[in-house]
Write a protein that binds this ligand. Sequence first.
Ligand code: C2E
Ligand code: MG
Ligand code: MG
Length: 691
Amino acid sequence: MQSSYNFWLVAISFVVATLASYTALDLTGRIFLLASASARLRHAWRAGGAAALGVGIWSMHFIAMLAFSLPIPLGYDAVTTALSLGLAIGASYLALCMTTQVRLTPGRLLAGGVLMGLGIAGMHYTGMAALQMTPGIRYQPAWLAGSLVIAIGASSAALWMARVLSKDEQRHVVRKRFAAALVMGVAISGMHYAGMAAAGFAPDAVCGAAKGVDAAWLATSVILLTFAILIVTLMLSRSGARATFLISAVSRLNGQILRLATLDTLTGLPNRSTLTERIERALINARRQRSLFAILFMDLDGFKTINDSLGHSAGDAVLSAFAQRLQQCVRANDTVARLGGDEFVVLAENLGSREDASALAEGVLERMRRGTWTDSQPLQVMPSIGIALYPHDGDSVETLLKHADAAMYEAKRAGRSTYRFFERSMNEAAVRTLQIQNALHDGLAAGHFSVHFQPKFYGGGDSLAGAEALIRLHHPQLGELAPLEFIPVAERSGQIVQIGYWVARETCRRIRGWIDQGLPPMKVAINLSPRQLLEPNLVTTMLEIVKAEGIACEQIMFEITETVAMQDAPRTIEMIRAFQASGFEIAIDDFGTGYSSLAYLQRFRVKQLKIDRFFTNGLDEHGPEGSAIVSAIIALAHSLEMDVVAEGVETESQLDMLRSMMCDEMQGFLLGKPVSADDFGELLRGRMLAA
Ligand code: C2E
Ligand code: MG
Ligand code: MG
C-alpha cells in the first residue's frame, strides 16, 4: 500500500519534538540550581520535566502520524494510545532520574540513554499498534534496528549535553540548551521516521481502529497539548530567573518557616503545636513503659496589669525572662513550651511519683520569687500552676491540658502564686465557669441583668444618705447568680467592661426615673472592678453615659476596692483625679482587707472609706479588740478628712457601737436590703411623705 506525507505536518512534528525537549532540559536544569532544595522539590521538578518530555514525544508522534496517510480511513484505539502516552512519560521520568543524580557516571548516562531510547521506541511501536491493522504491520528488521540505534544514541547524547549544560554557569545557556533540544528533536523525529520506513502495510490492509479515536479529535487534542507545552516553555523561560531566585529563597526560608511553625517567636520555646506533638509522644512512651508524667500549666499572676500599665515591651521582657528562668528549673529532657499570652506549660516525663511533680512546681515558685524582672522595673512576677498527671488525670493531650488548666484556675482562686493538683471537682468548676461566661454573653442582649439598690443611712439619725447600685443576674436556666460568682468570671473574660457600662447606664436611667417622679435626688454609688480601671477611656465614657441621661455628676460616686486601688497606687491616684475633675466622687470599698499604705491613703484624697463587713462583724464577735480596730479606722479616716461608711450592719448592737464611734454612714441588712429600683422609689416616696 502506498503511503504519503504532508510536509507541513512533518515540519510541525519536528518543532514539537524540539520544543518538548527544550522544556524538559530547562526544567531539569533547574534541579541542579536547587542544591539545597528538599528531595521533594527535586522530585517535583523531575516529574514536571518527565511529563513535558513524555507528552512532547507523544504529541510529536501523533502529529507525524497525521502527516502520514494511507488510501484507507485510519483511527486509533484509545486504550493502546493512552498506553503509549504512559510509556513515553514513564521512560522520560526514569531517564531523568538516572541522569539528574548528583554524580553522573558514564554507566548511568548510558543507562539513561538506553531507557530513554527504548521508551521513545516503545511509545512509537505501541502507538503504531493502536492502528490495529489487519493483516498486521510488517517491520523491516534493518530499519527497525536503525530506529532503535538512532533513539538510544541521540537520547544519550542529548542527556549528556543536558548534564553539561546544567553545570554551565556561562552565558548563552539558552542557546546551548536549544542546541541540545535540537539534537533530541532529531533523535525523536529520526527514530519516528526510521520506524515508519520500517513499517510495511499489506495492499489489502484494513485499519481495525478506524472507528476508535478519530483522527480529527486526535488532531485537536494533540495541538492543544502542543500549545500547553509551548506555554509552559514560554512561562518558564520568561520567569526562569525569577523562579530560580524564588526557589532558592524558598529553600532558605524553609528553615525559618519550620522554626516559626514549631517555636514561639518571642521566647524561642516550643509552641502549642510542638507541645501537642511531644505530649502525644509522651503518651505513647508512658503507655509502653507504664510510667508517669506531669503537665504543669502556668499562668502569670497580674501579667495583664503589667502589660497595660508598663507597655508591651516591658511585658515582652517579663515573658522572655520568665521563659529563661523556667528552663533553668526543669530537667534537661523536660519540655518547656509557651502556649501564647502569659501561658506556659512544662511537660515532665518519667516521674517517680506525684511528689516529683510538686517538687518541680515548688522549685519553679521558689526560683521566681527571687530577683527582679526587667532592667528598669523591680517587678516580681509569679505564676499560678495547675498540675495534671498521666495516667491519673486523663489519657489524651486535650484532657490533660484541660485538667491542668482547671487546676491552674483553682491555684488562682486559692490566692495565686501557688500550685494545685487536678481534682474531679475542678472539672465541674471549669464547666460552671463556661456556663457563666455564656450566661454573661447572653445576659446583656436578653435583658437578664438588673440593678438593685441598697440604701445607706446617716449615722446620727435614720435619714437616707444614698444608695449603692448592685448588679443582679437572673438566668432562665442557671437561676439567680450571685455577683461574687459571676463578677470574677466577667473580670477574667473582659466582659466586665461592657457590663460595667451597662450598670452605669441603667443606674442613671433609674435616677432619672426617680427625679421625673418628683422624688428627692439621691447619691448612688457604682462599683468598679479592676479590669474596668484599665480602660483608657473609662472616665470620658462614664461622663458621656451620665450626660446622656441628663444626670449631674455629683449624683454618682464610684467605689474602688482597696486591694485594687493599692495594686498600682500611682495609677489609681491619676484615675481618682480624673474622676474628681469631672465632678464624680470616689469611695474606697472593702477597706481593711488590702493592707493600705497610709501614705497612699492620704494621697488618694477620696470622699469615703467603706469599712469591710468583716470588721463590722467583729464588733460583736471580737469584743473589745474588734471595736478598737473599728474606732481606729474611723479616727484615721476622719483625720484624713474622709467620711466612713460601715458595711454589713446586721445587728442593733453593731449599730449602737458604730453610732458611738461617730461612724458617718451605715449600710446593712438591718437597715435595708438591696431592693429593685421600683421598691427603692417607694422607699424614697415614703421618706419624703414622712418628712
Ligand atoms: P460590695 O461592693 O462590698 O457590696 C456589698 C455587698 O454586701 C453586696 O453583696 C450586699 O448585698 C452585701 N451586703 C450588704 N449589707 C449586708 C449585710 O448586712 N450582710 C451581708 N451578709 N451582706 C450585706 P452583693 O450584691 O452580692 O455584691 C457582692 C460584690 O459584688 C460587691 O461587694 C461588689 O464588689 C460586687 N458588685 C456588685 N455589683 C457590682 C457591679 O455592678 N459592678 C462591679 N464591678 N461589682 C459589683
Ligand atoms: Mg461596693
Ligand atoms: Mg464592700
